[in-house]
Ligand binder design. Structure first.
Ligand SMILES: Cc1cc2nc3c(=O)[nH]c(=O)nc-3n(C[C@H](O)[C@H](O)[C@H](O)COP(=O)(O)O)c2cc1C
Length: 353
């Protein structure tokens, strides 16, 4: 971390008077809004719309050891309230990424969260070792939603032992002082057990969530819409799933920082994640339709906090887990069992089947 220059938030810091700083493990960020991996490449494309250094951080597209052209096309399909993608981790490979992309981010003064992806535990260790001593590196996000080529292509993130093996290898190779976040998949029966395995293996925090596996069939061609058949579902459709994951993990691991994401379009969407327990949020799919979305979300989030009487962003983190404050209105007691306008009754988070 010694080489990282943390720039102040700058001109567009919204709502003076609100402290928007947030801490993710050992690093303090000027604000809690980041991009999401794979939705803004390494930030260059967004820089024509706003100064990328104004965001809390830029999470880069998951990078692998070798260059990859990704899956065959078509590899995007629209769905109600979301999209399905099977890009297949297209990218230039780690060496070109370090020379071109990470150095550009560092030069711009942005805080880079480098996402890495591999097919074996050894790939992840080698990728991490290459990040040592790189200026601008604020954090490492480990995308474990990749097929494990040494185990029948089973996705690392769906197995606690495989997830832990990756995180342990990354932690051993990681530069001192650079937090390692494990990015989890929602496509599991019990996300808490995967989160616990990652934290047990040394993860400094968790990114929640990656896309959900989905499929679209084209009713004209009568075949799957994506060449890769299945793809990752993202966008507003997945937000309640993502908020539920953040909630469950925050409840089980109250001290572990969480970077929350999944369908965030507005500041109020972001606030939902924060109240569920996210220490920061990533804005993904929305960026394709609105490239200024991350700075807009930051501004809207700050206003929403101010409107609700907060002076510090961090005071809102996980607040939905606390018992509600009940304001009893003055005057005679209302008759009947209906809650008064100011009275919030506790509700169970379990779904009613
Ligand atoms: C086109 C596309 C590419 C993505 N690529 C990656 C990736 O390389 N690594 C990763 O960890 N997540 C990747 N994701 C997942 C996002 O980072 C994010 O976790 C997910 O889309 C949920 O957030 P959203 O609904 O705001 O997009 C990708 C998502 C999309 C839509």
């Amino acid at each position: 971390m010694s080489e990282l220059t943390l720039r102040p938030a700058g001109d567009i810091t919204p709502m003076p008077g609100i402290d928007m700083t947030t801490r993710l493990a050992s690093v303090t960020f000027p604000n809690p809004v980041f991009t999401a991996s794979g939705c803004a490449a390494a930030g260059q494309e967004l820089d024509q719309f706003f100064d990328v250094a104004e965001l809390g951080g830029i999470v880069t597209k998951s990078i692998m050891m070798a260059p990859r052209s990704g899956r065959a096309t078509p590899r995007m399909a629209e769905t109600p309230s979301g999209m399905l993608n099977s890009i297949g981790l297209q990218g230039p490979g780690i060496d070109a990424f370090l020379d071109k992309d990470l150095s550009w981010l560092s030069h711009r003064g942005a805080r880079a969260v480098v996402s890495i992806a591999g097919g074996t535990v050894d790939d992840y260790a080698k990728l991490t070792a290459k990040l040592r001593g790189r200026p601008g590196l604020a954090m490492i996000e480990v995308n474990i939603s990749c097929p494990n080529v040494e185990d029948r292509g089973q996705v690392f993130a769906c197995d606690p032992h495989a997830s832990a093996a990756v995180i342990q290898a990354v932690k051993r190779a990681a530069p001192t002082g650079v937090p390692v976040f494990a990015k989890l998949s929602p496509d599991v029966t019990d996300i808490v057990s995967i989160a616990q395995a990652c934290v047990g293996a040394g993860a400094d925090g968790l990114s929640l969530i990656n896309t959900l596996l989905g499929m679209v069939i084209d009713t004209d061609t009568l075949r799957p819409a994506l060449a890769g058949v299945t793809g990752g579902l993202s966008g507003p459709a997945i937000r309640p799933v993502a908020v539920r994951c953040v909630w469950q993990v925050r409840q089980a691991l109250p001290d572990v920082p969480i970077l929350g994401m999944g369908g965030i379009r507005t500041g109020l969407d972001a606030l939902e994640f924060v109240l569920a327990g996210a220490n920061a949020v990533s804005v993904g799919t929305t960026v394709f339709g609105d490239p200024r979305a991350p700075v807009r979300v930051l501004d809207e989030l700050a206003r929403a906090l101010a409107d609700r009487g907060f002076e510090r962003f961090e005071d809102a983190i996980g607040l939905a887990h606390k018992p509600p404050v009940i304001h009893v209105p003055e005057g005679p007691d209302p008759v009947g069992d209906e809650p008064t306008p100011n009275e919030h009754r506790p509700v169970s988070f379990e779904g009613e089947a």
